[in-house]
Design a protein around this ligand. Structure first.
Ligand SMILES: *Cc1c(COP(=O)(O)O)cnc(C)c1O
Length: 374
């Protein structure tokens, strides 16, 4: 059996007519940037998150970068981020002219370890970015306390966590501002690139809107040296259709995760921490760990099961960040995760016999077995 890692078709087949209608509506109206669709999506997504404002931008990376800029992060500042996040979190800090300071995650949750944040704070620290990695909220109570105690700006990177919750509140409302990506592969994905920032501050929202539109507060008047980063009408119209289905699609993922958590049973495989009521995990990614990860991956791929490593090279070992001066071994948990982690198929519409096949294949995995290629 062939099992894809992810497949957008089950989602898109359900809403094909609405997507067609959205496309025709935008084409007919002939307004492609900063029109009604973007405005409506911003209102609808803010309301979905339980926040007052949303500002559409061109990507998740831009969302984080612009948020840091709008919050006053500048050259020479330090910003704390988890050491095992996607590189965009670090790049956004670098674009703002600041230095990313890497703090180790907890191995059970893959999220930043709040107990290690304070040690990383210096007189240059200005902000903490809490990343809700793989769709599981970071431990925001603990992180909020630290941010308050040290008067630091707190930002969420919610690029992997649309609709995830923490103690009854949606992510996106647990900080000064939250960045979302609408990259097609995210739980709420456009049919192209897109991003958004959610906040309760009108001042911040207005500033973000100007920064993403050439620094302009109204036409041909420029109050900042801004950039061009906007969510276009076509993507906004598609996102509005998809947002109406997001909770149901997330539930589909949660049901698959529940089966994985209940039925995968192999001492060679570590499962991620199960979802508790406090953490409304939306399983953007379902990642297991295995001491002999390469062997497990070859075995699964040999059985037709697609897998991905999120992420095979930790941030501090990337060539782009060799200037941070880290040596191998200096961030052991991030390194351990990147050495052992393996993401298994997880998408809305995955058939139950596919889920069963993945579970059975994992349960019969042994070390050192000959792999038969399909
Ligand atoms: C995808 C992602 C981003 C970047 O989003 P883009 O839309 O691809 O720019 C940032 N942070 C995290 C954690 C992500 O997963």
């Amino acid at each position: 059996m062939k099992v894809l890692f992810a497949d957008f078709r089950p989602m898109h087949n359900e809403i094909r007519n609405e997507l067609d209608e959205a496309y025709r509506r935008v084409l007919e109206r002939s307004s492609f940037i900063q029109g009604e669709e973007c405005e409506a999506f911003e209102r609808e997504f803010a309301s979905y998150c339980g926040a007052k404002y949303c500002v559409g931008v061109a990507s998740g990376l831009d969302a984080i970068y612009l948020l840091l800029k709008a919050l006053g992060i500048k050259m020479g500042d330090e910003v704390i981020i988890p050491s095992n996040t996607f590189i965009a979190t670090a790049l956004a800090v670098s674009y703002a002219g600041a230095v990313p300071v890497l703090v180790e995650p907890e191995i059970e949750t893959y999220n930043i370890d709040p107990n290690q944040i304070e040690e990383a704070i210096t007189e240059k620290t200005r902000a903490i970015i809490a990343v809700h990695l793989q769709g599981r909220a970071a431990d925001m109570d603990a992180i909020q306390k630290i941010a308050e105690r040290h008067q630091l700006v707190l930002v969420e990177d919610a690029a992997q966590a649309h609709g995830a919750a923490y103690k009854g509140k949606k992510v996106g409302t647990l900080s000064d501002g939250a960045a979302f990506s609408f990259y097609p592969g995210k739980n709420l994905g456009a049919l192209g690139d897109g991003g958004g920032i959610v906040t309760n501050s009108k001042i911040l929202a207005d500033k973000l809107r100007a920064l993403g539109n050439y620094g302009s507060d109204y036409k041909y008047h420029h109050i900042y040296k801004g950039v061009n980063s906007r969510l276009d009408e076509m993507q906004a119209a598609f996102l509005r259709v998809k947002l109406r289905n997001l909770d149901r699609w997330n539930l589909g993922r949660q049901k698959i995760a529940e089966r994985y958590l209940n039925e995968i049973d192999n001492p060679r495989i570590q499962l991620p921490l199960a979802n508790s009521r406090e953490y409304g995990h939306i399983y953007h990614i379902f990642a297991i760990r295995c001491e002999k990860r390469e062997e497990l991956e070859r075995y699964l791929n040999g059985k037709g099961i697609c897998t991905v490593k999120h992420y095979p090279v930790p941030l501090h070992m990337q060539k782009a960040y060799e200037d941070l001066g880290f040596l191998k071994g200096s961030l052991p948990i991030a390194e351990e995760i990147s050495r052992t982690i393996l993401s298994i198929p997880m998408f809305y519409g995955m058939a139950s016999d596919e889920v069963t096949y993945v579970i059975e294949s994992l349960n019969t995995f042994k070390y050192g077995e000959k792999i038969c290629r399909l």
